[in-house]
Design a protein around this ligand. Sequence first.
Ligand SMILES: O=P(O)(O)OC[C@H]1O[C@](O)(CO)[C@@H](O)[C@@H]1O
Length: 441
Amino acid sequence: MGFTQSIDLALASKIGGDGLSDTALDAALVAVERALGRLREERRAGRLPLLAMPTATDDLPAVTAAAERLCKGATDVIFLGTGGSSLGGQALAQLRDYAVPALGRFAEGPRVHFLDNLDPLTFEGLLQRLPLATSRFAAISKSGGTGETLMQAIAVLGALDRAGLRAMAGEFFLGLSEPQKEGARRNALRALLEPEGAPFLDHHTGIGGRYSVLTNVGLLPAAVLGLDIAAIRRGASQSLQGVPSGSPAREIPAAVGAALNVAAALEGKAISVFMGYADRLERFTRWWVQLWAESLGKGGKGTQPVGALGPVDQHSQQQLYLAGPKDKLFTVVTTGVAGKGPSMDAELAARAGEPGFAAKTIGDLVAAQGLAMIDTFAKNGCPVRHIHVPRLDEKSLGGLLMHFMLETILTGYALGVDPFDQPAVEEAKILAKKYLAEGRG
Ligand SMILES: O=P(O)(O)OC[C@H]1O[C@](O)(CO)[C@@H](O)[C@@H]1O
């Protein structure tokens, strides 16, 4: 296992105050045990293809070939797509410094951009600044019908047209979407790009966007960045240990995590805060926020996911967390940073009035801050789970991704909601298209 999980400091028996009671945890474990039974049944019936992903290898050559095609002669690879069609890729890309402050350019290979949020100024700026002739675009959408992604793709085709490159548009694009099903609604992304000659990878039809990070959706960007995509899957399979063999919930970390969240919900804690102490966990956190929110917020149920980054958010959110309403469950993720980064000169440390900094590294301080935060939560009666990742790499990140998908599914089953649909997001989408047609906005 590429990480460890401890829930001790979430329990009232350890921290008193507003910790979770043994009664709530026991009741939650019973519900999660049932959820685990249902998960096993679904798996046996072949209705949860997500659980087969970690051990699949037959699709990896196609992902690698598609990545090589995108990278060949490219200065820039741009991923078009939103939500589940982007966030998993971003989470993995951070292992290669994507969106890490001040480290924007990668040492090797093309620059990678994810146009996840739709913003006219950003998109216009990007099209103006990109060396278009050496840029490649991957348009990802499970449904093929997401307005944001379609507009982005149409805008790129327009830019290629203006640059006299439209005749070769197929060479600039790669699509990734569900196959066109006979008799089903037209796949708009395919209808747009296939006539231009763009090749397509098939989106897995049985795996929804926010659960797609271990499929070609997440692994394509990872391969573009030269990550070991097989290792991501190997790591993911470790988080499934105990699921097929029938281990009890108490022995499966994701099931324990689900029980913790169910217990928190039972005790009226409506907010779940995820605080990763690493720049390279920032997009993971955003990925988790979508996973948690869209999977569980149904029928008046679910808890509010909040993403936080350590240590910086100690200087922004900590006050509320410690002294505000006791309505939260905290998950703090630390990584093995002790001893890493620049070391402090003793003389300068003394001059700065911090002799204790002498010979310590920045990583030493971050490691100390993570532990201090956890202990401070506990001392203030705030339930906190600690996940420690000694080494943040493909394997451990794959493990964390699978852990949290499993935890989310089990929490959904235990709360009595379907963790795989998102019926409420359609309403505003339909209204936006109506307003667009009416020229409102
Ligand atoms: O991959 P698609 O079909 O473009 O959808 C993008 C995102 O939009 C949603 O459907 C919500 O609007 C998410 O569930 C999904 O991840």
